[in-house]
Design a protein around this ligand. Structure first.
Ligand code: APR
Length: 307
């Protein structure tokens, strides 16, 4: 029997988010994975551990790991999860400068090996990292974007499901804007089984839903004590990769570069996007009301002021 051929996805950073994203890409039969980490042995060890699952799980794709980017050559997609979390005593500026250096070094190594790939950034602080990566990489805007809105949207839909008892599959909703506390959940445009959310629950419930969405990441951090969320972030990466490789036509909230849409120019921020083989195929303009539009534009201005 001839082996099925798979696209190739590089995942940089074999930590909690990267390793779980890699695992999902295999379990979902999406892509062969090259896993890279700066710490010798970590990526190779996790790749070997995952390959040991193969006789149980019978997935088709393969994974290899290394600290050497030679294994990444010719990737279709490169997902960057490399970074350090904020440690006690570290200011936001310290974190920015450490993770900026990491993004820089990852691009220096990954770009020559995969010049035609689509680059998906995950490292936090997401909005700033994606904008920095864009200014360094010299790639067209359709081929460099970030994962943030898919995760925030997943948390929003979970919160709506918790409040209404509906199944997540019956809920349409989206979070746009910055990936952080300034995110913009859109309850007015959300629907539950086709009905507008504001007709299904009262204003206090909407308030609770928005609060649970915005505080979703912090709630996980508070429970874990060390480290931050990784299962839902990994799943959000896999969702985006799946959409790029086999577009369903659905829109996802993606940290993409705007060129005048929503009255915003020259910055990456989460907006509804149709992904596909070219990466960002279309930026969808939602019918925002003046307050929502002003909040999105304020979010974009806040991101720009940090660059
Ligand atoms: N090149 C490759 N890998 C690197 C580099 C680098 N220059 N610098 C750090 N790493 C690796 C670390 O060795 C570690 O294995 O990145 C990995 C990060 O893993 P974790 O510390 O477990 O962090 P994780 O929870 O996976 O989060 C990764 O995603 O959601 C964001 O905020 C999160 O920015 C963080 C990133």
């Amino acid at each position: 029997m001839t082996e099925k051929s798979y696209p190739k996805v590089t995942v940089v950073g074999a930590g909690n988010v990267g390793a779980n994203a890699a695992l999902l890409l295999l379990l979902k039969d999406l892509a062969n994975v090259a896993l890279v980490d700066v710490v010798p042995g970590v990526a190779e060890g996790k790749a070997l551990d995952i390959m040991h699952m193969r006789s149980n799980e019978r997935f088709g794709p393969r994974i290899c790991g290394s600290e050497d980017y030679a294994i990444t050559a010719g990737s279709d997609i490169v997902v960057v999860t490399a970074g350090v979390p904020r440690k006690p005593g570290m200011t936001r500026e310290d974190l920015l400068s450490v993770n900026s250096g990491i993004v820089r070094s990852v691009l220096d190594a990954a770009l020559p090996a995969s010049p035609d790939a689509i680059y998906v950034f995950v490292t936090n602080p997401l909005d700033v990292m994606v904008n920095l990566a864009f200014s360094l990489a010299g790639l067209p805007a359709n081929r460099l974007f970030g994962m943030g809105g898919v995760l925030d949207t997943a948390r929003f839909i979970y919160a709506i499901a918790q409040e209404t008892g509906a199944e997540p599959g019956d809920i349409q909703a989206m979070v746009i804007g910055a990936h952080g506390e300034a995110m913009l959940p859109l309850p007015r445009l959300a629907t539950v089984a086709g009905r507008p959310l504001p007709e299904v629950v009262d204003a206090a419930a909407i308030q609770r839903i928005v609060e649970a969405t915005v505080q979703g990441g912090a709630a996980v951090v508070n429970l874990l004590k060390t480290g931050s969320a990784f299962y839902a972030p990994a799943s959000s990466i896999a969702r985006m990769v799946a959409e790029i490789l086999s577009p369903s036509g659905q829109t996802l909230s993606v940290c993409a570069r705007l060129a005048g849409q929503y009255g915003i120019e020259g910055t990456h921020i989460c907006v509804p996007v149709r992904l596909g083989k070219a990466g960002v195929e279309e930026i969808v303009e939602l019918p925002l009301n003046p307050d929502e539009l002003a909040a999105l534009q304020a979010s974009a201005a806040a991101i720009k002021s940090q660059l």
